[in-house]
Design a protein around this ligand. Structure first.
Ligand SMILES: Cc1ncc(COP(=O)(O)O)c(C=O)c1O
Length: 459
């Protein structure tokens, strides 16, 4: 068995064996036998595979030591492993070190906020798509003037609106996701980059969803479609929490004050003066998440070995199959209308008038199917796709202290180890829900499985 079979397809059995979480079972309501977890929340976070976990544990057990500050063996080995992380990320996104740097951060949000900070004194406004996760919207609102460009009813980006706003405004930065965490829609980042560059703006791509699912090529700095800034995190790419990065140009990174000044960011400090280091150290104040960064690099190596093309082929096949089979569920309404080839394996839906929270609850408590529900930190996009025009009303009611369900949808998001038989299971359970055949009484919280009673053991 190998990571990749000779037919240039993923060896799913091998892959599943790599992920201990695929063995996890839960006792569900109405069944005497524990049910195997069907994990469909990869859009939120992915589990580390054994290769990555082993690397992580090996580092902590055998080489745990701070970097760049010691002449002893542990510190030298730790420094060597840590410095290689940058190389791995550069190579994974097809970037060169010439005129660029990679800054390690804690999560995608801090990498996106760092970009907003780096660009805050540049002239012009930031154009943000209405599809963005709040993490690629709110930081810009805090640091600059922001205008939004729109989306179409099918969930795709309104490129005409983008072009129009680029023509009629002085824009410094276009902030756009590489793929939506709501509909999975894959944006044409190189076309957007060209448009932005033609109008004197730079582009920031939020690659949080893209990183583990599709090959990323930031292209050379002088290419029209070059990606200036790119942010992503390991916890959505089979690495543990707490490790992410920002790729960006040195002419911006090295001319702005450190994002967090402090230890590690300077060349020299006197009582009255200081000289800051160049990037990445300049923006990495304090001890970085060394173990997390090493694990992130290991996960990128794991994905490269599996082959991004193979991963993508598997995901497109699985998503097509799911889109086809979901049509059998009575009263299902998908958010967006995007074919599998143009989206990641992210599908968001509602069933009749059953609340998204109840659907997610039933899937969990009666079938051990892990989904996510609500508005996925993308309120403007979800409101638009739901056809709701009640944002102002919601804000007024929330400001007045009223507590209520703001509505939303249920999301399933595939990862590298999901299978068609898991999709079959989801479809059967959604049919059961649509036909209102669930077993527990969800008004009576004691009737269903209570998470507080879960034994947090290693079994
Ligand atoms: C598209 C997108 N951007 C940004 C984020 C925020 O990522 P993080 O939790 O790493 O800060 C998420 C998280 O779900 C996301 O889906």
């Amino acid at each position: 068995m190998s990571l990749q079979s000779t037919r240039k397809m993923l060896d799913i059995e091998y892959i599943r064996n790599e992920f201990p979480i695929t063995e996890k079972c839960f006792q569900v309501y109405g069944s005497t036998e524990p049910r195997r977890l069907i994990y469909l929340d990869h859009g939120a976070s992915t589990h580390p595979c054994s290769t990555v976990l082993n690397k992580y544990i090996d580092f902590i057990k055998n080489y745990y030591s701070n970097v760049h500050r010691g002449k002893h063996y542990l510190s030298m080995i730790s420094t060597e492993l840590f410095d290689r992380v940058y190389e791995t990320i550069f190579s994974y996104i097809h970037a060169t070190r010439d005129d660029n740097a990679i800054v390690l951060t804690a999560n995608t949000t801090s990498a996106l906020d760092m970009t907003a900070w780096l660009m805050k004194d540049h002239e012009g406004l930031t154009l943000v798509s209405l599809m963005e996760h709040h993490s690629n919207d709110l930081p810009h609102r805090h640091r600059s003037e922001v205008k939004h460009f729109g989306v179409n009813p099918d969930g795709t980006l309104d490129m005409n609106d983008l072009e129009h706003k680029l023509k009629t405004n002085k824009v410094k930065l276009v902030a756009v996701t590489g793929a939506s965490n709501v509909t999975g829609f894959i944006t044409d980042i190189h076309k957007i980059a060209e448009l932005a560059h033609n109008h004197g703006a730079r582009i920031l791509v939020d690659a949080a969803q893209l990183l583990a699912h599709k090959e990323i090529d930031v292209l050379p700095n002088n290419a029209p479609g070059h990606i200036d800034f790119l942010a992503a995190a390991g916890h959505k790419a089979y690495a543990p929490f707490g490790s992410a990065f920002l790729f960006g140009p040195r002419d911006v990174l090295d001319t702005v004050q450190p994002y967090v000044p402090g230890g590690g960011t300077v060349m020299y400090v006197s009582e009255h003066d200081y000289i800051y280091a160049s990037s990445p150290d300049r923006h990495q104040g304090g001890t970085p998440n060394i173990a997390g960064a090493i694990a992130l690099a290991e996960s990128l190596n794991f994905l490269s070995a599996a082959g991004l093309e193979n991963i993508r082929t598997h995901e497109v096949e699985l998503t097509s199959y799911a889109l086809q089979r979901l049509k059998e569920v009575p009263d299902i309404r998908l958010l967006g209308d995007i074919p599998a080839e143009n989206r990641l394996g992210v599908i968001t839906f509602n069933i009749g008038d059953i609340s998204n929270g109840l659907v997610a609850d039933i899937l969990n408590h009666e079938a051990a199917i892990a989904t996510r529900n609500g508005r996925f930190c993308a309120h403007p996009y979800v409101s638009y796709l739901l056809g709701r025009n009640d944002s102002e009303d919601i804000i007024t009611r929330l400001r007045s202290g009223e507590k209520f369900d703001i509505g939303g949808a249920v999301r399933i998001s595939f990862g590298i180890f999901n299978t068609e038989s898991e999709v079959d299971d989801v479809v059967e359970n959604l049919k059961m829900i649509a036909e209102r055949r669930w077993k527990a009484n969800y008004d009576d919280t004691s009737a269903y499985f209570d998470c507080k009673g879960v034994q947090l053991s290693s079994s």
